[in-house]
Design a protein around this ligand. Sequence first.
Ligand code: BTN
Length: 246
Amino acid sequence: GRKEYIYYQEIDSTNSQARTLASKGYPEGTLVVADMQTTGRGRRGRSWYSPRNQGIYMSLILRPVLPMKEISRISLLVAVAVAETLEEELDLPARIKWPNDILVNNKKIAGILSEVVSDMDGIEYIVVGIGLNINNQLQDFPSDLRTPATSVRVEDQRLVSRVKVLQGLLVRLERRYFDLLAGSFEGTLEKGKSLSLAIGQELKLDTINGVIIGQAVDIDDYGFLLLRDQSGIIHTIMSGEITILS
Ligand code: BTN
């Protein structure tokens, strides 16, 4: 259906702007995009490098009507949509580093920052922010990144239309999101497992509660990571940061 689309040449952060608009009542499906961000935000208080015209910087307002326990599925859904867009539209071997990083050849090409805003009655809205490196050149990336970065241009030596990639991404996000709302998550889960780098690997997990070393055994029906630690106990991990060891 018709969706509101708000474009900025320059903004502090599309996520911050989408939160402001959502708090004023902007509806589900509102899309905020910008050609550059002055203070693009990443996970864990990090920043997201957002130079003009080189990447896709977008945020979507969602107001899902879903049982609370199914909300976490949105995170995997977004990662799947980004990875499959890179695969299907651009032929890049994109993989998901659970939960939120999209890698190509072990370098980060996209990141996702989902922010859930709740009130007394439950979830008020979710802002899903996606940053995707498109036409950046290698020498333009900051040198102090935690994970080495890449872009479509670095991987494929070509310039592509950001609008075309954005359209491809929105089609896939919408399709999988409507499936989810209709109670169908199985296809997204299976796709997410097959695109996921972590499953079967030894890894180190950093959470707010400490570090766990173990083997990722599966992703469950809610998008959580199942991690078997060295004593054989299986932990259900809702969020955190993984380092693949093997
Ligand atoms: C991460 O990997 O740490 C997440 C990065 C998310 C970046 C995107 S760019 C568009 C949106 N607006 C922001 O300020 N952040 C997200």
